[in-house]
Write a protein that binds this ligand. Sequence first.
Ligand SMILES: NC(=O)c1ccc[n+]([C@@H]2O[C@H](COP(=O)([O-])OP(=O)(O)OC[C@H]3O[C@@H](n4cnc5c(N)ncnc54)[C@H](O)[C@@H]3O)[C@@H](O)[C@H]2O)c1
Length: 443
Amino acid sequence: MAYPRAPMKVSIIGTGYVGLVAAAVFADYGNDVVCADIDAQKIAALSRGEVPIYEPGLDALVAHNLEAGRLRFTHDNGVAAAHGDVIFMAVGTPPRATDGAADLTYLLRAAVAVAQGLQRPAIIVNKSTVPVGTAERVTRVMSEHTDQPIVVASNPEFLKEGSAVDDFMHPDRVVIGTSDERARGVLRRLYQPFCRTNDRMIFMDARSAELTKYASNAYLATRVSFINDIANLADAVGADVELVRRGMGADPRIGPKFLYPGVGYGGSCFPKDTRALITTAREHGLPLDIVAAAERINESQKLVLVRKVRRHFGDDLPGKTLALWGLSFKPNTDDVREAPALQIVHTLLADGVKVRVHDPVAGANFMAILGDHQGSVTLVEDPYEAATGAHALLLVTEWREFRSPDFERLRALMAEPVLFDGRNQWDRGHVESLGFAYTGIGR
Ligand SMILES: NC(=O)c1ccc[n+]([C@@H]2O[C@H](COP(=O)([O-])OP(=O)(O)OC[C@H]3O[C@@H](n4cnc5c(N)ncnc54)[C@H](O)[C@@H]3O)[C@@H](O)[C@H]2O)c1
C-alpha cells in the first residue's frame, strides 16, 4: 500500500505487541522506520522476517515492509536514537512485585540509551503505559545524558491484542499529550493518514494523556467485574445473566460492549494497569474504591469455574481428568500473561486433578509459564484429543473454533458428559438434549 505523503524518520524502542505493530504500520504508511530491542534473539529473528508473536496480519506486514526497505531492526538503541526525528518508547512497564506500581526500570534504561545516542533534536514519545508524571521524569533523566533539545510527549496506545494491526490502522482516537506546539504538529502529521475520514486526534497535556490510558483500562475492567458480579447474583437468585446483559445493553447509555460474563479478565494490561492506578491513587490519599473492588472481584472470578467443578464432583474430584479449551487470556492471541487459565490449572492440580489442555496457538507459551508444574499438565494439539477420557470439559477462552464443536463426537470421547462453559458460548438446551450436564456463568 502506498500513501501520498512525505515519509518521516521514525524510531521505535521495544518490539513487543505494541512496538512491533506500531513499527510495521508506520512503515506501511510510507515512513522510514527503525525498530530496536535489547533482545538480540528477537532482533535476529525479525531481521529474517520471522515474527516471534502471534498477531493476525502482522507477519505479512513485517515481511512486506522489510522487503520494501522501510522497516529495519537493530539491537542497538543508539542506532535507533540517531535515526528518528520521532522516537517512540514502547518497552514493557510490568507491575513492581512490592506494590503493583508500574516498574519503570526498562523505560528509564531505554531513555538513557536513547539520550546517549541522540545526534540532533528529537521528539520522544512515551507509548508505553506509564504513571502520571512520567513524561516529566523521562525529560529529566534524558537531559542528564544529552545536550540535544528534546520534547517528551505522551501518546498512550489503545490497541487490542488479537486485532492490533487493524486497531492501529483504524484508531478510535489518538491521544497526544504535550503542550509543545511543534511536537503536536509533527505527531499530527504522522497520524493524519490514520484519521482521514474523521479527526480522531485529541490533544492534551502529558499528565492528562497518561491518566486517560489508565482511566480507560480501569473503566473497562470495572465493566467486566460488574457483569461478573451480577452473573454470580443471577446464579444465586435463579436469573439468566445472558438475558440481563442484553436487557441492560440495549440502553444506549449503557451499551452492549464489555458486558460479557466469564472467568475474569487477564492479559498484560488490565490487571497491571488497575493495580498501578490504585497505587497512584493511594499515594495521593485516595482509595479509588470502585477500581479496587473491580480488581478484588476479578481475582475471585478467575476461580469461578473451579468452584463450580468442586460443587459438581464433591469428594470425588481428586483423580478425575479435566480438559481445558483455551489458554490465552482471550482469543486470537498467544499472550498468556495473567490468563485465568493459569490460576484454574494451578488450583485444579492442587485439588489432585489430572489436566489436559489445548489452545490453537498459546500452548507453548502456557507450558513455559507453568514452570515446575509443566510435568503435571498434558498439552494436546487437537481439541477432541484433549477431551478424550475427560470427566469434564472446561471452556476457558472462547476461540472461534470452540463455539460450535461436534458435541456428539465429544459425548462419545469423554469419560463423563460434563461441560463447564466459562464464556457462556454453548446453548444449554442443545447440549442437555445430547445428554450433557451443563454449567455456565450466571445462567
Ligand atoms: N500489549 C498490549 O495489548 C498493550 C496495549 C496498550 C498498551 N500497552 C503498553 O505498551 C507497553 C509495551 O507492551 P507490550 O505488550 O508491547 O510489551 P512486550 O513485553 O510484548 O514487549 C516489550 C519489549 O521491550 C523490550 N525492551 C525492554 N527493555 C528494553 C530496552 N531498554 N531497550 C529496548 N527494548 C527493550 C523487550 O525486550 C520486549 O521485546 C507496556 O507499557 C504496555 O502496558 C500494551
